[in-house]
Design a protein around this ligand. Structure first.
Ligand code: NDP
Length: 489
């Protein structure tokens, strides 16, 4: 399907609060731009602070007085399973929306969307296995813990992978018995509204899921500052994460988990399977036009293979195709103009810093409309340069040579972020040593970007707090109560 076959403007004129579709207090709409055409393809109602208050009230009522928290865990799991079926059945529509919202190539969005029901199945399977412990200590005391939901979760998502983020946050928060107010990114809010429609069909009780579309500086801020929200689960930029922490600490000390930025290394040793490393180093740097926190945008290559590997790398990057995301291209556009300008600015910074621009560096000349940009590679980058240390979130790779394992670790760790990393080597003792030394939430050995519903995911350092996915995430969406009974009184 070509973009030109889809000239429609869809209107999403309501918010989802308390199980009903309601008008926003503002009466205003936000235009949603298709980044491939720069045209408005949808309009979404603009929520304000008053709408957040209504949504939190609905979520609180559903948590305190509704059936969700008290229903048996197998009944809760059954609703999550119904949701999984619905997500699976609607995968094509969800994939199309993701392509229209953020420009991800449809041929990549579809298989991913077809997999997203797995999160719902996985957490449905966990819903009836969450429990406390008994703690044997003194004979006259009975000590046990109860693992309880936190209450009302405020979920705030970024624009780059709307379906994944919505799926992850909702499935984790709901399986643990919480209720949710979701605020999606203002540039990609449609996925959240479509998922809300599916939750209605799945049979979640009213108020368990609420969606307020709107802007970060009022809707997001109100949610994070709200006195009746128990936790914020946030995905976005590190600077916004800092604000979220301030809002939480200056309101009710709600809990906060943060999935933030990254500047992740892919480290290549001479003894690696170099063909596999080469494939990964290209695809896992440029995928999604560089707009994924998991990607490896710093390529550290051992000096013994540097010239040969880099020359093959550049050849491969030159073959990457950019264009209409409803065709078979490798890269679509940037998701919005602001990100395009940020990437162009960093390319300028790299040149001013003295790095060698080997490929790309500008916009494709044959594409008149859309936020497109060519994949770009800087070689012989110094680890101290800004392009080697700061998150660009665009298709820009910095290649840095290294001479020893110790130097590779030093370079890998010498950034403020610590989200993901990859090491390519056949020496397994070195691989394990590196996995222990690298300060990042995920280390991939001879693979990269392996994130599934079972793999705990979350950053070290300025890349965030807490974990999503896997059984580990349950800890971040529950709290433990300790009960002690004296058996003699
Ligand atoms: P932002 O931090 O700008 O926005 C994220 C969300 O926060 C949006 O919903 C935004 O709303 C909202 N927001 C903005 N300002 C505030 C505020 N003052 N108070 C409350 N909420 C606010 O990030 P981006 O959307 O630009 O996403 C890109 C970033 O996300 C990158 O740094 C990337 O690395 C990171 N990311 C991290 C992931 C991880 O798992 N670690 C995964 C994906 C992305 P609005 O859109 O209306 O501004």
């Amino acid at each position: 399907m070509k973009i030109s076959d889809k000239p429609f403007v869809e209107t999403y004129d309501k918010l989802f609060i308390g199980g009903k579709w309601v008008e926003a207090s503002s009466g205003n709409f936000m235009n949603i731009i298709n980044p491939a055409t720069e045209e408005v393809w949808a309009q979404v109602t603009e929520g304000l602070e008053a709408d957040v208050d209504e949504a939190v009230k609905a979520a609180r009522t559903a948590f305190d007085h509704g059936p969700w928290r008290k229903m048996s865990t197998y009944e809760r799991a059954e609703i999550l399973r119904k949701m999984a079926h619905l997500v699976q059945a609607n995968a094509e529509r969800l994939a199309k929306i993701e392509t229209l919202e953020m420009g991800k190539p449809y041929h990549l969005a579809l298989p991913e969307a077809k997999n997203h029901h797995q999160w719902w199945y996985y957490y449905a399977g966990i819903a009836d296995k969450i429990h406390g412990e008994t703690i044997p200590f003194e004979d006259n005391k009975h000590i046990f813990t109860i693992r309880e939901p936190l209450g009302v979760i405020g979920a705030i998502t970024a624009w780059n992978t709307p379906l994944t983020m919505t799926t992850m946050k909702l499935s984790m928060a709901l399986a643990t018995g919480n209720t949710v107010v979701l605020k999606p990114s203002e540039s990609t809010p449609i996925t959240a509204l479509e998922i809300a429609k599916l939750t209605e069909k799945a049979g979640f009780p009213p108020g368990v899921i609420n969606v307020v579309t709107g802007r970060g500086n009022n809707v997001g801020k109100r949610l994070a500052s709200h006195m009746d929200v128990d936790k914020i689960s946030f995905t976005g930029a590190t600077n916004t994460g800092r604000k979220i922490v301030n809002y939480a600490s200056s309101s009710n000390m709600k809990k906060v988990s943060l999935e933030l930025g990254g500047k992740s290394p892919q480290i290549i040793f001479p003894d690696a399977n170099l063909n596999a490393a080469l494939e990964s180093a290209v695809s896992n740097a440029f995928l999604l036009t560089g707009q994924s926190c998991t990607l490896g945008s710093r390529l550290l290559v051992h000096r013994d293979i540097y010239d040969r590997f880099v020359s093959k790398y550049l050849e491969k990057v030159k073959l990457i195709t950019v264009g209409d995301p409803f065709t078979n291209v490798n890269l679509g556009p940037h998701a919005h103009e602001q990100q395009l300008n940020k990437t162009l600015e960093y390319i300028k910074i790299g040149q001013e810093e003295g790095a060698t621009l080997a490929v790309g560096g500008g916009r494709p000349k044959d594409l008149q409309k859309g936020y497109y940009i060519n994949p770009t590679v800087f070689v012989d980058v110094e680890p101290s340069m800004r392009i080697a240390k700061e998150e660009i979130f665009g298709p820009v790779v910095s290649i840095i040579p290294f001479s020893s394992e110790e130097e590779a670790v030093e370079i890998a760790n010498n950034v403020s972020y610590g989200l993901t990393s990859g090491v390519w080597t056949k020496d397994m003792t070195r691989a394990i040593r590196m996995a222990k030394e690298i300060r990042a939430g995920s280390v991939w050995l001879n693979t990269f970007r392996y994130v599934r519903w079972v793999t705990p995911y979350g950053g070290y350092k300025a890349s965030g707090w807490g974990k999503e996915n896997g059984v580990e995430a349950i800890k971040d969406f529950t709290q433990v109560k300790t009960v002690v009974m004296d058996l003699e009184n």
